[in-house]
Design a binder for this molecule. Structure first.
Ligand code: BIE
Ligand code: MG
Length: 213
């Protein structure tokens, strides 16, 4: 069968970006998405907001739910201090394989732990399997109807602590209304919405929720 869209993006990155240069990798994914085929990476507008959150929090431990092609993993790890621990979880084998190549091309393979699993399965194992006490920051960007289930799993497994910053993509499109309602009204988070368009046109945004501990 012919190449998947994700493989076409990878080929474009390998042919046009500079090895070991994360910014050129991000620019290539964004350019391909703008000029050729849209892809569901967080992109440059919401990505710039994410950059600011990462710089402000400077997390030593970070978790991402939903690697996809590795765009947001590259985006965030490029801003982390060298010793930081970054774990990203993806259930789709083909996309995880593309992400592995994009992350390696960006030169960040030694700073990213990729896990191929369902998030509900791996969240309860993170402390034991990956020697994590708790996360300073979490980025949620996988299936929208799993957001609420998984933030509750993170709470129950004591993986959040006072000041943990939880950022969730796609609050408007495709939307995660039950998640947004929960973080805004349960009393455990200081939650704010940050508007950011998809591909410069489609209204969307991310929710930033700081755990009160
Ligand atoms: O689900 C979609 C989707 C829905 C409909 C059509 C295309 C993609 C999507 C859209 C934008 C995202 O940022 C994103 O993370 C996702 N996703 O799959 O997780
Ligand atoms: Mg998304």
């Amino acid at each position: 069968s012919d190449m998947s869209k994700e493989r076409r993006v990878l080929q474009y990155v390998l042919q046009t970006a500079s090895r070991g240069d994360p910014d050129s990798v991000l620019a290539a994914v964004d350019k391909y998405g703008r000029e050729k085929e849209w892809n569901m990476s967080v992109g440059d507008e919401k990505g710039a907001i994410l950059d600011r959150f990462v710089k402000e929090r400077a997390p030593q431990t970070m978790l991402e739910l939903g690697t996809y092609m590795g765009y947001s993993a590259v985006r965030m790890v490029r801003l982390l201090p060298q010793g930081a621990k970054f774990i990203t979880v993806e259930v789709n084998q083909d996309n995880a394989a593309v992400a592995k190549e994009i992350i390696a091309f960006a030169g960040l393979q030694d700073r990213i732990i990729q896990v191929l699993a369902e998030t509900a399965e791996v969240i309860p194992q993170l402390k034991s399997k990956f020697n994590v006490e708790s996360f300073d920051m979490v980025f949620i960007d996988h299936w929208k109807d799993f957001y609420l289930r998984d933030i509750k799993l993170l709470e129950q497994n004591k993986l959040l602590r006072k000041g943990t910053v939880v950022v969730a993509d796609n609050i408007i499109f495709p939307g995660a209304p039950d998640y947004a309602d929960y973080v805004r009204t349960c009393g455990k988070y200081e939650s704010t919405f940050h508007e950011g368009k998809i591909n410069g046109k489609k209204p969307d945004g991310m929710e930033k929720s700081v755990y009160r501990g």
